[in-house]
Write a new protein. Structure first.
Length: 400
């Protein structure tokens, strides 16, 4: 889910932000057409474009939800606007979160009171007899699919404390455990598991096995500003909880349900918990939105630019959003060299052509297919792929 935590690498200039009238929101951008008329082997100039929105535009707009909250609308009103026709339900249980910052084979944590290890091979939990010198503990794969648990002092080498069957996880009786990664330290609730990605794999990945409500405490403050109005924070909490429950059901057999990046929902563990978002999570405890009795696919993005886009589910509708005017008319550019590096087969870049858009003619529409033309050949990619390649705010753009 692409939320407020996304930082763009490209410098952009905002031409028109915070347009306040609904009439302004309803004005569609001009239909994009190829403007380059380069000679067959001439290299075209920089591609210039204007984008609206930030993210895919499906479902809840985070800036739109805040605008609705500022206008006095309730959490339920916000959710009904962005996810029409969904029912209310509940969800509990745990989440398995892949921690992308820990790409090493081992799981290393700081020593702390109450630390214990659980074997997934025999479902037994073992107390760790902690030497006074212990400062860190780790899990590493051992032969025969087992796991070795070792400790280390402030200096010196690792000392084996125990080997257990199968995968293993470290926890501290409900208290946070601090994970040591190549990029730094971060505390997490629940357990930190050394997980096997697939049968026979030689590597292990670090997975945080955490109660759903505790997981949300590390998600909501990373997806929206904790200083926002309570109704907006509560709407985000319900959307995030529902999205997590949907993904958990969809990937129930996988060794993780979600990761901690914008590919799923940004998650920072205990380190990012904030009292205001904790309160929003508590106020909406266990609440989810359902479709056909199952958690719905409640996608959300930072801004839809004034128009929600249709998604993969019937409740992810395309319609005007008079509350979201945050990202509109943002200029950007793509150098010819960037296009040639991304699509080397085209030869010398000549032009780009928008092939299709969504929106059914009601509005300018996000680009669904775009063609990149060069001196050797042309190639067509989806609007989302093009946006991702070049760091654009969204696929709702107009060529200039």
């Amino acid at each position: 889910m692409k939320g407020l935590s996304v930082v763009r690498s490209r410098v952009v200039t905002i031409l028109a932000v915070l347009v306040t009238s609904a009439a302004a929101l309803a004005v569609p951008p001009a239909t994009a057409t190829a403007t380059a008329t380069a000679a067959p082997d001439a290299r075209a100039a920089t591609v210039r474009l204007v984008t609206n929105g930030f993210g895919h535009g499906h479902g809840l707009s985070q800036y739109g939800a805040q605008a609705q909250a500022l206008a006095g609308r309730s959490t339920q009103q916000i959710l009904r606007f962005y996810y029409p026709s969904l029912a209310n339900g509940t969800a509990t249980g745990t989440m398995k979160v892949l921690l992308s910052a820990d790409t090493t084979t081992d799981v290393v944590v700081l020593d702390r009171p109450g630390l214990r290890v659980r074997s997934l091979g025999n479902a037994r939990t073992y107390r760790l007899d902690k030497p006074a010198a212990a400062r860190r503990w780790r899990i590493t794969p051992a032969s025969g699919g087992r796991s070795t648990i070792a400790w280390k002092g402030a200096r010196g080498s690792w000392h084996t404390a125990r080997t257990v069957p199968g995968e293993a996880e470290l926890s501290a009786g409900g208290q946070p455990v601090t994970l040591v990664t190549p990029s730094g330290r971060r505390a997490y609730r629940g357990a930190l598991r050394s997980a096997l990605p697939s049968a026979g794999a030689r590597t292990r990945h670090t997975v945080n096995v955490v109660p759903l409500e505790s997981y949300l405490r590390g998600v909501v403050p990373r997806e929206v500003f904790p200083s926002w109005k309570p109704a907006a924070l509560r709407a985000q909490a319900v959307a995030a909880r529902t999205y997590a429950a949907f993904e958990r059901a969809d990937y129930s057999r996988r060794y993780f349900h979600v990761d901690d990046t914008t590919s799923s929902q940004v998650y920072g563990g205990v380190t990012n918990e904030v009292s205001s978002t904790d309160a929003a999570i508590k106020a909406t405890a266990r609440q989810v939105l359902t479709s056909g009795g199952r958690p719905a696919f409640t996608q959300f993005s930072a801004s839809n630019g004034g128009w929600m886009s249709a998604g993969s589910q019937p409740y992810l509708v395309a319609k005007q959003d008079p509350y979201d005017d945050r990202y509109q008319g943002v200029t950007d550019s793509i150098a010819a060299g960037e296009l040639e590096r991304a699509f080397p087969a085209i030869g010398t870049f000549q032009r780009v052509e928008v092939v299709t858009r969504d929106g059914n003619g009601q509005w300018g529409g996000r680009v669904t297919l775009i063609r990149i033309v060069g001196s050797q050949t042309s190639t067509a990619v989806s609007g989302e792929t093009f946006r991702s390649y070049f760091g654009l705010n969204s696929s709702w753009f107009d060529l200039r």
